[in-house]
Write a protein that binds this ligand. Sequence first.
Ligand code: NAD
Length: 492
Amino acid sequence: MSVPQISVAEEAAALLREFGIAGEGGLVSRSPIDGNEIGRVTEGNPAAACAAAAAAFLEWRSVPAPRRGELVRLLGEELRASKEPLAQLVTLEAGKIVSESLGEVQEMIDICDFAVGLSRQLYGLTIASERPDHRMIEQWHPLGPVLVISAFNFPVAVWAWNAALALVCGDPVIWKPSEKTPLTAEAVMVLMRRALDRFGDAPAGLVQLVQGGREIGEALVDDPRIALVSATGSTAMGRAVAPRVAARFGRSLLELGGNNAMIVAPSADLELAARAILFSAAGTAGQRCTTLRRLIVHDSVAEPLIARVRELFATVTLGDPRDPATLIGPLIDCAAGDAMERVIGDQIECVEAVAGGHYVRPALVEVDAQGGTMLQETFAPILYAVRYTTLDEAIALNNDVTQGLSSSIFTNDLREAERFLAAAGSDCGIANVNIGPSGAEIGGAFGGEKETGGGRESGSDAWRAYMRRQTNTINYGSDLPLAQGVRFDIAP
Ligand code: NAD
């Protein structure tokens, strides 16, 4: 891709035409690049979508899982074929640089590949029974319709993490994307429909898109036909959603805010650490859930490391994310810039990159002690730096926030690395050594503890959240022995 000579609106119109999207309706999408409208969508109908998903579930749950995997394989093919235009739309609507947008679509492709293999590996257990001539097994059955609520900053990948697994697990999917990125969702649905057409006999209502804001989200969350609510967004959103789902005994999978740290120890490769800090703290304009927000640096290396990071922050290229030379694009909107300004005041440096967009230079704020706004997730490129003297102190600082998503340590000392990863080390869902906290692969389970919500999605055995477990005991003998030796004999 190269920087188009046409305007953002013109480029968006061309992409919508390419995908066959009308771009009309009452909900407006604006590009963070220049603030201009790039298309519209129509608000969805939550009750109708839930009814259609519930009906689709009755059919889809009985389709053999490897056949369900075939649908996801076709989706992966469609994504491969349209990787570039979909990534271009992500750049226009979410403001990500081209390389990150391509990476986001690649992540969708990767999870499709993973889920196809998984469709033949939804394994249960054989369990030793305490009773003679008995067998115990555990099987996994489809759960029911899954609602995916996604955030603006990963406008397409988060849906794919959920949808690819849910579909092979036998569950219909309803997607309520961020109201800030509705067009990318429409484009993904075009590709999904192409895959469904090629698949042939999938039930109507298997995969649906319901556009809208908070109220539409709430109506879906409250619907008892939704078996699992997989919600990605702020901790405030999770605080609102979780009790509503719990009130109807639904299941929720929460992927909420992070406040991620990196410890840089005396033995660390400082240049490697500095590069990881730049990507983790400033990449995606600081708008990743795994963004590095707290640098916990040993006294002995603090000065050279902080000087190097300041240099990188001062010179990193900001601008139109369509330009291949750009490393940092715009914030999502004006409110994001205001939030950053509220927190760091006149330390904010706004850059006039493209008129109408909100471009800010990453800020490094040195503090004597962890506290105040450092404890909260401001969704902007602010990196706080605090010094430490002992590893115990550093680990305590890493853990002393309410969020628990991602963390990392830079050290060449094996003992330090292992202590960081041990039970008494980082309390986060993700803990890395010699890479930053940001930029996960799909093969691992993704998610975090505490106010990050406790959910896990994507790789490893995250699929279990999308299925219901059933324990079976089968008696193939001619007696009826009871468990725990209980006797309940009747007179002969
Ligand atoms: P947000 O919370 O404002 O919105 C996220 C989604 O939730 C949107 O689709 C929104 O319409 C919906 N929503 C909001 N309130 C709702 C309610 N009461 N009921 C139902 N739906 C509701 O988040 P955002 O600004 O789009 O994204 C940024 C946040 O997302 C950050 O906090 C970031 O850390 C988090 N995030 C977390 C992960 C993760 O995997 N942990 C990934 C991406 C983003």
